[in-house]
Write a protein that binds this ligand. Structure first.
Ligand code: BES
Ligand code: MN
Ligand code: MN
Length: 457
């Protein structure tokens, strides 16, 4: 048995107890009601880095939630690995749909159920435990830095400022992030791309007050009806997005690359069954995997207005709202798409209403090649522990800070995630496999080893 396997065997109960403790802290970044818990979580993460063996760890205050930073410098002539992760989590809502409370972790059938278990506490904590192993067995082959933030789920605005102001402190030779998913436990994969994001809130105003729908209905524009029509017009019969200029700069993926991607195992029937849908839905001419990776999309995340209480109230409301997001692919930029959306949305509004578009946070798309050292090290590490070579795939989600790391620190991040698409991140009953948690801890030391060995080559 390898050293790391033996170490995990001996310590796995404690590793599980520790992640359970971390998951008990409701570090919801979006809701100020949890601010004290977010702070407590940062302190907990700092302590965990110290117990694992960093030289020093600190809480870096920001305008928002704090960043936890720690490092172990063994020799300045050796390479440095910078680990990025996030200790904040998504709100647990709708809370009534959870089988067990989101911040009272339950272990069932080999999974840990809790908000943040897979996204991202369970995943960044693998790095802390792998680091502990390397320290305790005197096998850390290079320097290590940790930067665990508390605002990823709200757009990482303050981390962006922190990175710009701390380039020397964050100096490293690679960045490794475990915050993505694999195809399956039998078919490991590494994300070589992420989509960008533009996110808007729209407000449609009709008459100056709520009206009796009998006295005014039919003669005054109903903002909810109109908003629905406007949203419906944002996609055409082929599910192409109609926002003017939306596809202008989308990088076209070659037929060869598409054929290569299509080799990844995927079964549409299983997919449908797992989601309880009759069939998939999306842009004509593209497969399910393409629709969630190489193509941009537009989704309504929420829509509200009018009367939604018990029974029926006859009303023609004054206002209607929606939250609309677009996932972006290489070539597109978040600011450019936000502007295009805003102009388009205003242009399609009939004179019966006024519209207001308010942009929220966004992020740029991200793409890395497979022929750079950190990717190769991650690939080799996963091949060592899974017994099969991981497939490079493009992820559909977004981690906005990755493009900023590249721009500001000149470093490409390697996305060595151990989650699965079925972990229900952001959903009720989020869970993370104990197998994945321990496999991650086992794999990470190999990443350090191979990266250090390959360094300078
Ligand atoms: N870890 C996810 C992103 C992710 C998950 C990428 C799985 C690929 C595969 C991250 O925490 C996340 O949820 N990001 C947000 C963006 C953010 C600006 C709120 C997202 O993708 O919606
Ligand atoms: Mn995440
Ligand atoms: Mn997330």
């Amino acid at each position: 048995m390898s050293d790391v396997k033996k170490y995990i065997e001996e310590h796995k109960d404690r590793f599980i107890d520790e992640i359970v403790d971390l998951l008990k802290i409701p570090s919801v970044s979006a809701d100020p009601a949890y601010d004290a818990e977010v702070k407590r979580c940062a302190e907990h993460v700092k302590q965990s880095l110290l117990s694992a063996g960093v030289d020093f760890a600190e809480i870096c205050e920001t305008e928002g939630h704090p960043i936890v930073y720690g490092e172990k410098m063994i020799d300045p002539s050796l390479p440095t690995v910078l680990v990025y992760g996030h200790y904040d989590v998504q709100p647990p809502d709708p809370i009534e749909l959870w089988t067990s409370p989101p911040f009272e972790p339950v272990i069932k059938d080999g999974y840990i159920y809790a908000r943040g278990s897979a996204d991202d506490k369970g995943q960044f904590y693998m790095h802390v435990k792998a680091f502990e192993h390397m320290i305790k067995t005197n096998s850390l082959p290079c320097n290590a830095k940790f930067m665990i933030e508390g605002e990823e789920e709200v757009g990482s605005k303050n981390l962006g400022i922190f990175v710009k102001a701390n380039k020397e402190k964050l100096k490293a030779d690679t960045i490794v992030i475990s915050d993505t998913s694999m195809i399956s436990n039998d078919c490991p994969s590494i994300a070589v791309g992420l989509r960008g994001l533009s996110y808007m809130e729209v407000e449609v105003t009709g008459p100056n007050r709520d009206l009796h729908s009998g006295l005014y209905g039919g003669a005054v524009g109903n903002p909810i009806n109109i908003l629905c029509n406007m949203i419906a017009s944002l996609t055409d019969e082929n599910n192409h997005i109609t926002v003017k200029g939306f596809y202008d700069n989308v990088e076209v993926v070659s037929d060869e690359d598409r054929a290569e991607m299509a080799k990844a195992p995927f079964n549409q029937d299983d997919y449908n069954k797992e989601l309880n849908i009759k069939e998939g839905f999306g842009e004509k001419g593209y497969s399910t995997n393409e629709r969630t990776s190489i193509r941009p999309t537009l989704d309504v995340n929420g829509i509200w207005g009018g009367y939604i209480g018990e029974g029926a109230k006859t009303v023609l409301p004054s206002k209607a709202y929606a939250k609309i997001s677009m996932r972006l692919v290489p070539g597109q930029s978040s600011d450019e798409i936000t502007e295009k959306f805003q102009a388009h949305f205003e242009s399609i509004a009939p004179d019966a209403v006024r519209v207001k578009v308010t942009p929220h946070h966004g992020g740029e798309p991200f793409l890395i090649p497979t022929d750079f050292p950190a990717y190769q090290a991650a690939s080799q590490a996963m091949e060592t522990t899974f017994g099969v070579k991981p497939i490079p795939v493009r992820g559909g989600g977004s981690i906005p800070i990755t493009s900023m790391f590249e721009e500001e620190l000149g470093l490409k991040s390697v996305l060595m995630g151990f989650g699965l698409a079925t972990d229900d991140i952001h959903s009720p009953d989020e869970h993370y496999g104990i197998f994945n948690y321990l496999k991650g801890i086992e794999t990470i030391p190999y990443f350090y080893k191979y990266f250090t060995e390959g360094f300078g080559k």
